[in-house]
Design a protein around this ligand. Structure first.
Ligand code: G6P
Length: 492
């Protein structure tokens, strides 16, 4: 039961991410219920148990503070059934590491929104303590990984929360195979160099054997940051530091397209579709599905829709925008402000263009279950994915997967990683240019059927051919090869 180079046929994979695929809700002293977590990272990695080459286990935070031992034991047991191992983070660490350093500093910076300024400046003063908490949290993740590690395992670290983890693991045992993958953009080196801890983070990531990004551009930015900020050598293979190579490459993620395509056949989904079609009969449906996050460009999208209504009286009452905005990181003030801002704009536009019987925007501050979401994707005429920046954006992929019969139009931000794969089929827009987005909406509504079909076909082929399963297999096999090559180099 081994491959030629001695690896077991089913490779043990420790997948480490800040958030586990399930989040826990406490129901009693020792009872928990588990819900699927939101976000692109989780939806892509959910496929892992189905990949026959891997035996995957998850290590991460269950999104909840569990101070007592009884609760911790019970939760660990419940999570074990889902092949998940929890990392327990107390409130103070969550505040400083997750709300602070990860989501108020790294996340906006990596999406080109810069470091805290003006009212976010207060947080900069506690920058050092947040960075210390970040390192402490990464160390806590490392301790759990080390406890569960068995020789030969692959440890796959994910995202901006865990940039310190590769270093912690390699310092403990240099023979651990470590990969790190970033689910956000990696910004231009000129942006990264504004970060006070810029060098520490780069050096720590470079401790991994393989470093992966969604697009070639992000990989290039990372290599430039290493050459310009650390003075190391960039090669076509990656980054070299005194003869040691860290392999850097692009691995564009995908979705489990089959799961969406199959869901459309489920009677419950067909019933949802019937109800929705009846509800919106005579109107074209435009859809936005986003976490309520500043990078998603929700206010800009809604303002573009307003501009479209202003300039296209013939469409009043004949089009509706459904915006699903899933609340996220609600303890971070920036996200709280965004919620009120969006509510204010939606209220104003509905007041302005609504009638006694219909409003132009339906805005929901919550997530939908998987079946309702598939039905919504299937009845949509135009999807609006207008992120200001986005690592990849899998909502665009999910929409395409559900559109085999309708062949609707995807309006897609050129600043989402997905623009590089779905660019030829989508209408690409600059989300900051509200006039351009409004014009694209008008164009999409009147698009001739043969153009729609051609565009859809292009995207459908991509989404069904480049799946999350392929992505995971390619990354892990490249990681195995990289380690073997490095061993051969040291022997030679
Ligand atoms: C993005 C990040 C993920 C994160 C997700 C949800 O997709 O890349 O790492 O899990 O957002 O955000 P949250 O803060 O709720 O985990």
């Amino acid at each position: 039961s081994e491959t030629e180079d001695g690896r077991p046929l089913k490779q043990r994979l420790l997948v480490v991410a800040n958030r586990l695929p399930v989040s826990a809700v406490r129901k009693g002293e020792d009872t928990w219920s588990l819900e699927i977590s939101a976000g692109g990272l989780v939806s892509a990695l959910l496929v892992l148990p189905g990949v026959k080459e891997f035996e995957a286990k998850w290590i991460g935070w269950a999104g909840v503070n569990v101070p007592d031992e009884i609760g911790q034991k019970a939760l660990s047991k419940a999570l074990a059934e889902k092949r998940c191992i929890p990392v327990f983070l107390d409130e103070e660490i969550v505040h400083q590491y997750y709300n602070g350093y990860c989501n108020n500093i790294l996340w906006p910076l990596f999406h080109y929104l810069g470091l805290p300024q003006e009212d976010r400046l207060a947080t900069t003063r506690s920058f050092q303590s947040q960075f210390d908490a970040y390192k402490r949290a990464n160390k806590m993740f490392a301790d759990v990984v080390i406890k569960h590690y068995e020789e030969g395992d692959v440890v796959w670290c994910h995202d901006y929360h865990l940039m310190f983890l590769p270093k912690c693991l390699k310092e403990h045992d240099a023979s651990i195979k470590v990969g790190w993958f970033l689910h956000t953009p990696f910004p231009s080196s000129e942006i990264h160099r504004t970060l006070p801890s810029r060098s520490d983070l780069l050096r720590s990531v470079l401790a991994a054997d393989l470093v992966g990004f969604h697009t070639y551009d992000y990989a290039r930015h990372f290599v430039s940051a290493c050459t310009r900020i650390l003075g190391l050598e960039g090669t076509p293979e990656g980054v070299e530091d005194q003869g040691k190579l860290t392999r850097v490459a692009a691995f564009p993620i995908g979705i489990d397209s089959g799961r969406f395509i199959r869901a459309l056949e489920v009677p419950q989904v067909q019933e949802h579709i019937r109800v929705l079609k009846e509800r919106f009969a005579g109107r074209k449906v435009m859809l936005g599905v986003d976490r309520l996050d500043m990078i998603k460009g929700i206010p800009q999208k809604i303002l573009a829709f307003e501009k479209f209504l202003e300039e296209n009286a013939k469409w009043h009452d004949k089009v509706v925008l459904l915006q699903i905005a899933v609340p996220t990181r609600t303890d971070v003030p920036e996200y709280q402000k965004l919620t009120s801002q969006v509510h204010e704009i939606v209220g104003r536009i509905n007041g302005r263009f609504g009638t006694l019987t219909a409003v132009p925007i339906h805005h929901l501050d919550r997530s939908l279950d998987f079946h309702a979401l598939c039905a919504l994707y299937a009845i949509t005429d135009i999807a609006l994915v207008t992120s200001l920046r986005d690592g990849m954006n899998l909502v665009s992929y999910e929409f395409v997967a559900c559109q085999a019969s309708k062949k609707g139009v995807l309006i897609l931000s050129e600043f989402a990683g997905a623009a590089q794969s779905l660019g030829a089929g989508a209408l690409l827009v600059n989300p900051w240019n509200i006039t351009e987005v409004a014009q694209s909406i008008a164009y999409a509504l009147d698009m001739p059927p043969d153009e729609r079909e051609k565009r859809h076909q292009h995207n459908y082929e991509h989404v069904t051919r480049h799946t999350a399963q392929d992505w995971a297999e390619t990354f892990v096999s490249e990681l195995n090869d990289t380690v073997v090559e490095a061993q051969l180099r040291t022997r030679a």
